[in-house]
Structures are given as structure tokens and as C-alpha cells.
Design a binder for this molecule. Structure first.
Ligand code: DQA
Length: 144
């Protein structure tokens, strides 16, 4: 089975960006560890990070018929994007919405998500470990 990891805007700066909120690990390190976790379980993990809403939408469209599960940190687009919501509804692939920080403990504008009610689950506030938990869930979901 195939899992798509999607990371939205500014997550390319992981490790450098507000490390007190987002941690010290770089995106490359994190993705490397997740790929190892996936391949140990016989699952293929592909990854895209994009700062462009249009590119994220295109990658979601291309996942149709190829990808069994999506782990998605939509970053700031979480709080703004009807278009990403519609893309995920359009391809009908189960997904987990993930945030490194606890968005509910931050500014009011981060409390609203356009995706949470259509996600299989939401993980937030557990740091980058949340990605590992999401992948563990995806793998167990796919083996059922
Ligand atoms: C984030 C939370 C969002 O509010 C923010 O815009 C991000 C990252 C997180 O992982 O905690 O860029 O999705």
C-alpha cells in the first residue's frame, strides 16, 4: 500500500523556523525517519512539501487511484482553504490532518480548520512525533 505525506507552506523551514514551537528537526530528517518506518512495514511513503496551494491541489488530484492514505499538514492553508477541502472530498482518500503545535492553544484564527470534519482523525500538539503516530495509524488502517 501507498501513503502520501503532504506538507504545506513554510514547513520546508522546519528546524529553523520558530524552533520553540516547531522543534529542531529538519524536514529532511523527519521524512527520512518516516520513510524508514514505512518501508520496515512494507508500505511505500511518498512525500511532497509545497508552498503553493495550487501544487498541493494537483498532488492530491494525482493521488486518486494510486494512494491509499494521506497524512497532511496543511499548515496555514488549514485555516483558509476551501479549495484543499474540495480536493480531498473530490479524491475521497482517507486522511489524517496533523499539526506540530497545539493550534487550539494559539491565536484564534488557528482554531478554525476547513478540513477537520472531513478527516479520519486530527493530531495536534504532539510535536513532530505526531507524524509517527499518524503513520502508525495509517499502516494499521491499511492492514485491515
Ligand atoms: C501548523 C499550524 C498552523 O497554524 C501554522 O500555520 C503552520 C504549522 C503546525 O504544524 O502546527 O504553518 O500546521
Amino acid at each position: 500500500s501507498s501513503v502520501l505525506l503532504l506538507n504545506g507552506p513554510n514547513l520546508n523551514l522546519l528546524g529553523k523556523r520558530e524552533p520553540e514551537i516547531y522543534g529542531a528537526q529538519s524536514l529532511d530528517q523527519l521524512v527520512g525517519e518516516l520513510k524508514a518506518q514505512a518501508s520496515a512495514e512494507g508500505v511505500q511513503l511518498t512525500h511532497t512539501q509545497s508552498n503553493s496551494e495550487a501544487e498541493l491541489i494537483d498532488v492530491i488530484h494525482q493521488a486518486m487511484g494510486k494512494i491509499d492514505f494521506i497524512i497532511f499538514n496543511p499548515a496555514a492553508f488549514t485555516h483558509t482553504s476551501v479549495a484543499l477541502r474540495d480536493a480531498l472530498l473530490g479524491v475521497n482518500i482517507p486522511f489524517i490532518e496533523i499539526h506540530i503545535s497545539n493550534v487550539h492553544a494559539r491565536e484564534d484564527f488557528r482554531h478554525k480548520s476547513f478540513l477537520s470534519d472531513i478527516a479520519q482523525g486530527v493530531i495536534c500538539g504532539l510535536g513532530t512525533d505526531g507524524y509517527r503516530y499518524a503513520l502508525t495509524h495509517a499502516i494499521s488502517h491499511l492492514s485491515k
